[in-house]
Design a protein around this ligand. Structure first.
Ligand code: FAD
Length: 450
């Protein structure tokens, strides 16, 4: 088995890491990517300029010795800075324990480091400008358009792993060839637009660094994540249609007026706002669920190709990296039959990726509607205090998702639904954490923890 060749299609974030896990287990790996080598050609890394890496992703990076290298690129963020419509700021910490931070990194640099790391393995080859156009499940042949030479190439394979993103060509083949293949794709009614707050003249950040900025406005919101060069990548999440929407922001004046009214403290810091608004594409937010993720022991999809989710928990890539950890663990267990490996991997991961897909949509409502609500902030504080008093029995939902990779997403979801009812009950008639009936809280915590 160790001399088998595995063909991995898609060299974004999950592809190179998957390839590294396989190469470390002794397989020969051929990795194919549609785009140019982004280490040599200046191209957009796609989707978002920066993103957050959290402990679930770090576990996978650590397993292959890459955690430190990636953390060199990171800005730790320890909480949310909420900006109200008058420009007043409120800081809400993410956790209350040492090290409970998320890490902002540049998507492009992260992708480059992963490719660099993959390149170090002698048994791993990377082929750029190879656009996979077909996978014949009967002959196990991959077809690529070689965009360098403008020719077609056919590659015979044994085992294929598709990490070719939300609009995966490998998944399309499954849809067409696997009987009873379940597939659902849904789009949010909101799109997103990337904007920028540049660095100050001396290269420092113009608003507070080390936090995740949110301008929550009910049905829509603006967020800002810091970059190492002193700038912030801001993302506007706005409905496509309706009174305040992409549809109604037609002219530069419309955009200026909307931003000045709605985000008065951010707008003066965005000198290229209107140009960015009209030059940058409006991105779509998709959730993809499918099953099974594999065709027997011959092909499998991982990462967004298997489970694209909306970005409101910052878990899409982290969750894809968890797929890699799970694959690594199965290989480590000594399992040699690819049908068993793929089937077990799908069975292990699917309930968890479904759970984070649903929680990510719910977190959009929390970020845009409720973060500014005093009751939300009270429940956060009471949640932290419950964790202080009953650390074995109560970990708030956000902390379970972000800081506790040992708790699978599906379990985090199950527990958090019970916790929500409990927090609603404890906070119903109070205005501050010191008014909580702690005897009642103890009974409730004991009840939920069995
Ligand atoms: C606005 C936004 C913000 C986000 N923020 C976060 C965040 O903070 N944290 C987080 O964890 N996740 C975040 N995500 C989600 C994250 O971007 C994805 O989950 C992650 O990129 C998935 O990695 P992937 O490798 O599976 O897919 P991709 O990153 O999409 O990579 C797929 C690769 O396959 C290549 N490819 C596609 N088709 C073919 C083909 N036919 N042939 C050859 N190659 C092909 C593509 O060029 C690409 O390089 C965010 C997403 C969005 C939209």
């Amino acid at each position: 088995m160790t001399k088998q060749t595995i063909h991995v299609v898609g060299g974004g974030l999950v592809g190179p890491l998957t390839a590294i896990f396989l190469a470390r287990h002794g397989f020969d790996v051929e990795l194919y990517e549609r785009r140019h080598d982004m280490r040599k050609v200046d191209i957009s890394a796609g989707k978002s300029i920066n993103l957050v890496v959290t402990p679930r992703g770090l576990v996978a990076l650590d397993k292959v010795g890459l955690q430190e290298k990636i953390m060199e690129l990171a800005i730790p963020l320890d909480g949310r800075m909420l900006h109200d419509v008058k420009g007043e700021e409120t800081y809400v910490p993410y956790g209350h324990k040492e090290g409970e931070v998320i890490n902002a990194v540049s998507r492009g640099l992260l992708n480059q480091r992963l490719l660099e790391a993959a390149d170090e393995y002698e048994n791993l080859n990377i082929h750029f400008q190879r656009h996979c156009t077909d996978y014949d499940v009967n002959t196990r042949t991959l077809t690529f358009r070689n965009e360098e030479t403008d020719t077609e190439e056919k590659v015979e394979t044994e085992i294929v792993i598709g990490t070719d993103g939300a609009f995966s060509a490998i998944r399309k083949t499954m849809l067409e060839n696997v009987t009873n293949f379940d597939y659902a794709q849904s789009f949010q009614k909101h799109g997103y637009k990337e904007l920028v707050i540049p660095a100050s003249a001396d290269g420092s950040h113009l608003i507070k660094n080390g936090v995740f900025h949110i301008w929550p406005r009910g049905n829509y919101m603006l967020i800002g994540i810091p970059n190492l060069d002193g700038s912030f990548t801001c993302t506007l999440f706005l409905p496509y249609a309706g009174e305040k929407s992409f549809e109604t922001l037609k002219t530069k004046d419309d955009v200026d007026n909307f931003f000045n009214e709605t985000f008065p403290d951010a707008t003066p810091l965005m000198p290229t706002l209107t140009n960015d608004f009209f030059d940058n594409p409006t991105g779509a937010l998709a959730t993809v669920k499918c099953s099974p993720w594999n065709i027997g022991g011959q092909a499998m999809v991982l990462g967004d190709a298997a489970h694209a989710i909306v970005p409101f928990y910052g878990q899409g890539m982290n969750c894809g990296f968890e797929d890699c950890t799970a694959l690594g663990d199965l290989l480590e267990s000594g399992e040699k039959d690819w049908n068993v490996i793929f089937t077990k991997l799908g069975a292990l991961r699917k309930p968890n990726t479904d759970a984070i897909a649903d929680m990510a949509i719910e977190n959009f409502t929390e970020m845009r509607d409720t973060t500014a609500d005093p009751k939300f902030q009270l429940k956060k504080q009471v949640g932290f205090e419950l964790e202080n008093r009953f650390p074995e029995q109560f970990i708030p939902r956000y902390s379970m998702v972000m800081f506790h990779p040992e708790i699978p997403f599906a379990e985090a979801r199950r527990l958090s639904e019970i916790q929500e009812t409990m927090l609603d009950d404890l906070c119903a008639n109070i205005n501050a954490p010191d008014e909580v009936d702690w005897d009642k809280a103890e009974k409730l915590v004991k009840k939920i923890s069995g």
